[in-house]
Design a protein around this ligand. Sequence first.
Ligand SMILES: Cc1cc2nc3c(=O)[nH]c(=O)nc-3n(C[C@H](O)[C@H](O)[C@H](O)COP(=O)(O)O)c2cc1C
Length: 189
Amino acid sequence: MKILTILGSPKKNGKTSKALGMLEENLILHGHEVERIHISSHNIKGCMGCYACMENNDEPSCILKDDAKSIFEKMIAADAIIYASPIYCYDFTSQMKTLIDRHYCMTINFGSPNGTSSIAGKKVALLTTCMDKKEGNADFAEEIFDKSMRFVMKCEVVGKETIPLSNAPDYEVRAKVATDKLTASILGF
Ligand SMILES: Cc1cc2nc3c(=O)[nH]c(=O)nc-3n(C[C@H](O)[C@H](O)[C@H](O)COP(=O)(O)O)c2cc1C
């Protein structure tokens, strides 16, 4: 498979990047092609809510001229997409939220019974890290991810893993366990 990973941490080499690297290593070892996008290294503007994209089914058709289109083209070309974000104030980082809002320009016939998207049917997974425990911190983001990816983008959510207590000394040991589990969910074994 061609797998696109999307890092939503502003830190290129932080805790989330470390865990995502473990996951990417697993996928490469299983013979898959992996490309990483670090959102903060790109210029992604916030959705304007103009709905111009809804009038055009030639997706992705956002009127904003920035780096989002090239990321969406990579997503459309991928077989699976992995979203990785630290939890900021019980949610994704603003970088990840901004990119997910912009996904609306990939929807087709949004809101109608035959609504779909240019990434419909693709396998998607979520990896989050947070400093506190998972419950009451990362569970909201997992729910938001599920709603956005399943109901709006019509993707197949194959896995969601949170690595809590990211400042604890055993972080990397737990990150390995969580990313091995996510590897199995993505690859279906
Ligand atoms: C602005 C901000 C808000 C945060 N909010 C939460 C939170 O609500 N719950 C939590 O457990 N950790 C929170 N954290 C901690 C990060 O989720 C945690 O340190 C994460 O592992 C950092 O990942 P990174 O090194 O990839 O950036 C917050 C950190 C920042 C900077």
